[in-house]
Write a protein that binds this ligand. Structure first.
Ligand code: ADP
Ligand code: MG
Length: 464
């Protein structure tokens, strides 16, 4: 079985992940045409066929590309997007009907493609991921408000808050909740017209409507729905005319008491590049944020997903280990589980903690790299208002010893460092000192709620 060089395989995995993240339509439009041009001095060179695409990829995807490459290959530090002039352009950027259909639109006889048909029910329905339902959504503290609000919108026959604005970081379940709402309404109230689409798609449709002078149809289409759901609205930051159109659509729907549901990666007030009136309007209804996951939620999600797949048994110990180690987001957590299952099936051996560590070492390392002991010491010192030097000093007064113990405790929790390694980082202390600190903080957390919250807060700040 030959699959090219290791680099090719890494590139294939990067593309695969990106495809999962951005969805099929975006992937096809913008990412499929990318080719790997080479690696030099820790920098990956990726070629695109046109300048226009290069600019687009640089603004929208280069950070993700860099992050995904770093997961695959620790030696990669940067990603450079270049326009390839050497080879014939095999792939033209889709979703750019202006280029592709120039000849058609130039001749007056050819009718413009109807926007309405471009958004037929079948196509919209096909965009919903059938796995993203309320049933499969695991509720925990970080997402309970967003979940409750989503359920309310899905179950209500009347509009209660408008819009519902869901926001949170990447891979925390925004799209999942949006699809769950749409699917629920379609099933329970089939005569309500639900339109779900990404802000990106909204923009394409709008540009296309402008291009084919079909804006009236576009407006009618969007203003005739009962429920409009726009995912990842941050995408239209800085896109003035799209924002303008969106604003009018939005107002028209809200005025007619139609439900609008929006998601974004930031709160309305933090959306940069958005017009002030739009930002303030977006915050008028219910704004619900999804917080970063907690250990409990991660474990709950892993247990649910592991039960759902019935092919491979995953020991609790392994699930706990993953929940502990993979803290970035749910998507990575799922990815880890899928890899475990696929591997176990393939080699026909049971999953163990050792096989997990071996198989996922790259992913685990990427998650580890997120926070260093230095960062922990700095944050904790700041928080307790002591000098950074006291993390290493021999001073034993309570006012510095306690924060130092908290930092050791967090270092144990948040990094993969061993006790002796941690001890060394704290002024060459013994591993038993670290062990003692971990126990002490655990004890204090159990007995003192305020203290426990303090530690939890620090942990959260460090994890993000
Ligand atoms: P976002 O849109 O916020 O970037 P997604 O909704 O695409 O994130 O979620 C990423 C993946 O994680 C999806 O496969 C989704 O099903 C899963 N996921 C996220 N949160 C949960 C949850 N609470 N329970 C179950 N699966 C979840
Ligand atoms: Mg999403």
């Amino acid at each position: 079985m030959s699959m090219g060089t290791p680099i090719d395989q890494q590139w294939a995995r990067v593309r695969g992940r990106l495809r999962e993240e951005v969805g099929e339509a975006t992937y096809k439009s913008w990412l499929k045409p990318l080719t790997l041009a080479g690696i030099e001095d820790g920098e990956v060179r990726i070629a695109v066929p046109t300048r226009f695409m290069r600019d687009w990829v640089v603004t929208h995807f280069v950070d993700r590309l860099r992050a995904l490459w770093a997961i695959e290959n620790a030696g990669i530090e940067g990603v450079d997007i270049v326009v390839a002039k050497t080879r014939p352009i095999a792939v033209e950027p889709p979703c750019m009907p202006a280029d592709r259909r120039k000849h058609e639109s130039d001749s007056e006889k050819t009718p413009a493609p109807a926007v309405i048909s471009a958004l037929s029910d079948a196509e919209i329905g096909a965009q919903l991921d059938p796995r993203f339902t309320f049933d499969s959504f695991v509720v925990g503290k970080p997402n309970e408000l967003a979940h409750a609000a989503a359920r309310r919108v899905a179950e209500a026959s009347r509009v209660t808050f408008n819009p519902l604005f869901l926001y949170g970081g990447v891979g925390l379940g925004k799209t999942h909740l949006m699809h769950a709402i749409a699917a629920h309404i379609r099933r329970q109230q089939p005569d309500r017209r639900v339109l779900y689409l990404s802000a990106e798609k909204f923009m394409y449709q709008f540009i296309r409507a402008l291009r084919y002078k079909h804006t009236v149809g576009f407006k009618e289409m969007f203003r005739s729905v009962d429920v409009l759901m726009i995912d990842d609205v941050q995408f239209i930051s800085g896109k003035e005319s799209t924002q303008e159109e969106f604003f009018h659509t939005f107002n028209a729907l809200v005025d007619q008491n139609r439900q609008v549901v929006i998601s974004a990666d930031k709160s309305p007030s933090d959306l940069e590049g958005m017009e002030e009136r739009l930002r303030s309007r977006l915050g008028w209804g219910l704004v619900a944020d999804i917080h970063p996951t907690t250990y409990e939620l991660r474990l709950g999600i892993l247990q649910a997903k592991s039960e759902r797949q019935q092919t491979v048994a995953i020991p609790d110990k392994v699930l706990e280990y993953l929940a502990h180690k993979i803290t970035s987001n749910v998507r990575e957590l799922e990815g880890a589980l899928n890899r475990l299952v696929a591997h176990a099936e393939l080699v026909g051996r049971p999953v163990t903690l050792e096989s997990t560590q071996e198989l996922l070492h790259d992913l685990l390392r990427a998650n580890d790299r997120r926070v260093t002991i230095d960062e922990i010491q700095k944050k904790v010192a700041e928080h307790f208002n002591i000098k950074l030097a006291d993390m290493h000093s021999a001073r034993r007064s309570r006012s510095v010893a306690r924060p130092r113990q908290v930092a050791m405790y967090l270092a144990k929790q948040l990094t993969a460092r061993s006790l002796p390694e941690i001890g060394r980082k704290f002024g060459g202390r013994d591993h038993t000192t670290v062990m003692h600190a971990v126990r002490k903080i655990d004890e204090l957390c159990a007995g003192d709620r305020a203290f426990a919250e303090d530690v939890e807060l620090l942990r959260r700040m460090l994890e993000n």
